[in-house]
Design a protein. Structure first.
Length: 119
């Protein structure tokens, strides 16, 4: 199973970016997908998650600005990020809790995509 993230970049404060993450490989079911982030010198933290039935969970710091969605037919999640702030600057990691056809469930991580918000 691989998670391929895209969409990071440099944006000014108040601007927008959209992250995407596509899962591929031997997938039976994607239970949860979403995003974590890690700023320099900080621990990795939850940004947003979405379950297979569409239930979402957000960090308080991004509520009202970020909206996670998923396309189950494409095994892809999207994260439009609006009203970006300098404190959103971090490497964003795609995450998936995925069950394979061998009925083994595990956590998977993408390679990380850098989001830089300038003030």
């Amino acid at each position: 199973v691989q998670l391929q993230a895209s969409g990071g970049g440099l944006v000014q404060a108040g601007g927008s970016l959209r992250l995407s993450c596509a899962a591929s490989g031997s997938i039976y079911r994607i239970n949860i997908m979403g995003w974590y982030r890690q700023a320099p010198g900080a621990q990795r933290e939850l940004v947003a998650l979405i379950t297979s039935d569409g239930t979402t969970n957000y960090a308080d710091s991004v509520k009202g600005r970020f909206t996670i969605s998923r396309d189950n037919s494409k095994n892809t999640v999207y994260l439009p990020m609006n009203s970006l702030k300098p404190e959103d600057t971090a490497v964003y990691y795609c995450y998936g809790n995925i069950r394979t056809p061998h009925l083994v469930t595990d956590d998977y991580w993408g390679q990380g995509t850098l989001v830089t918000v300038s003030s």
